[in-house]
Ligand binder design. Structure first.
Ligand code: ATP
Ligand code: MG
Length: 431
């Protein structure tokens, strides 16, 4: 297994004719190191200044909105795209110029990429057979001739009988090992009954599990998985999620896993990397990302429903003043607020940290616009009674009787609030 190091990675694509891109693309390129980046006005910058290390055996989850560059980053790691700048190391090797098959990685693609003419068994076995062929060549070089000769006969018998009915086929020792591995992986992913079908005869979710099986079977140094569960139904998704995590712990294979799913992001990885607009915003363990988001983007992206944001003025040492309510913060905020020197900040409150309260200066008077009862909890969308344009989302316990049009007071849990700077949205952090 191996550590993966990504250093100062940039990726630009040529802009297709007629595509004028947007101004921020060229602005971002102009700031970067021109000597290492072949950027020009015809290039569109997709990844910028990506730096991170995935430790040996670690499970890193990569999340970010559509188009932010997640798949591009995985394809660079796999060797399917050329770097515009920077370095990628797998284990101790610089792999910038190595072709995909020399990198010892297995990738599960967002669109499955199964071989359409091979049945599922052969799709899973494909990489295993190729692996053992490479190992066979190594044996020859070390001069173990006898073994190679018997292996040769084995291979010929296997090839000659391959098209006979299954019960009449000759299986070499190598092919028996492949069969055992394929069956093991198929049972793990519950696709045993599909082994002799072609990919076109499977549903999207089934194809996804086959693609996953093909990667697992090879036992590579690094797994790269691009939304491998997005087509599964909820039950299968939960099961397969647990299987991947269990398997990754067992095999201890360094894994980079792309997802849009909040639950997958929070539960599967040792750490989460949040990306936006071609850049990494924050890398940290899941609960740290949730509790101490580095900026407003991460705060809004991680957590469901998303965090609420309200602009407020700061009255030192600890008072936050909104047009329609005031909050007194706990004393731990004195030092961070003093050193930020901000006069106005953005107040962030998660929906879970608002509750129904009573009329007071520190409560927010609202009117209910929408009630979504999920059973386990109820989400309500509301607007400020004095300002219909300011909306909030609140997560409440399911037993509270709430109806559209209700007028209520909301209390804020001041021990759980977040503050961000107005200009660049960076978090004002508690020490
Ligand atoms: N071959 C290409 N040529 C030009 N632009 C490309 C190419 N491949 C990707 N892009 C652009 O790069 C950006 C990042 O794409 P990428 O596929 O990495 O996004 P993503 O984060 O994986 O999105 P999604 O979540 O939708 O899969 C997008 O704006 C996309 O249009
Ligand atoms: Mg993608």
């Amino acid at each position: 297994m191996a550590k993966v190091v990504v250093e100062n990675v940039y990726k630009s694509y040529s802009r297709p004719k007629g595509d004028r891109g947007n101004i921020s693309d060229s602005a971002a390129i102009s700031k970067t190191d021109r000597s290492s980046i072949k950027a020009s006005s015809r290039q569109v910058s997709v990844l910028r200044d990506i730096n991170f290390t995935v430790e040996d055996g670690e499970f890193l989850v990569l999340v970010g909105p559509s188009g932010c560059g997640k798949s591009t980053l995985l394809r660079l790691l796999a060797g399917l795209e050329e770097l515009t700048g920077g370095n990628i190391k797998i284990g101790d090797r610089l792999v910038n110029d190595l072709p995909p098959k020399a990198r010892d990685i297995a990738m599960v693609f967002q669109n499955y990429a199964l071989y359409p003419h091979l049945n599922i068994y052969d799709n899973i076995a494909f990489g295993l057979r190729r692996n053992s062929e490479t190992r066979g060549q190594g044996d020859q070089e070390t001069g173990r001739k006898e073994q190679v000769q018997s292996r040769g006969i084995d291979d010929i018998l296997t090839a000659v009988t391959r098209y006979l009915p299954r019960s009449m086929r000759y299986l070499s020792a190598k092919e028996k090992a492949v069969r055992d591995r394929v069956r093991y992986v198929a049972s793990l992913l519950q696709i045993e009954s599909l082994l002799y079908r072609l990919p076109k005869e499977l549903s999207g979710g089934q194809k996804q599990r086959v693609a996953l099986g093909r990667a697992i079977a090879r036992n590579p140094q690094v797994f790269l998985m691009d939304e491998p569960l997005s087509n599964l139904d909820a039950k299968l998704r939960t099961q397969t999620r647990a299987q991947i995590v269990k398997l990754q712990r067992q095999l201890d294979t360094t894994t980079i896993y792309v997802t849009h799913d909040q639950i997958e992001a929070m539960t599967m990885g040792d750490r989460i990397a949040v990306m936006n607009n071609g850049q990494i915003q924050q890398i940290a363990p899941p609960l740290k990302i949730y509790e101490q988001p580095a900026n407003r983007f991460v705060a809004e992206f991680i957590g469901s429903p998303p965090m609420n944001f309200l602009p407020v003025d700061l009255v030192p040492p600890l008072k936050l003043v909104h047009k329609y309510f005031e909050l007194n913060l706990p004393e731990i905020w004195i030092e961070p607020l003093q050193s930020s020197q901000a006069k106005s900040v953005i107040l962030g409150i998660r929906p879970q940290h608002l509750s129904i309260g009573s009329e007071s200066k520190s409560s927010i008077q609202i009117t209910v616009d929408l009630v979504e009862a999920l059973g386990s909890e109820t989400y309500i969308s509301v607007h400020l009674a004095a300002d219909p344009n300011t909306t909030l989302t609140v997560s409440l316990p399911p037993d509270q009787p709430i109806a559209i049009g209700d007028s209520l007071w909301l209390a804020v849990d001041v021990n759980k609030i977040h503050l961000f700077t107005v200009d660049d949205g960076q978090a004002i952090v508690l020490k």
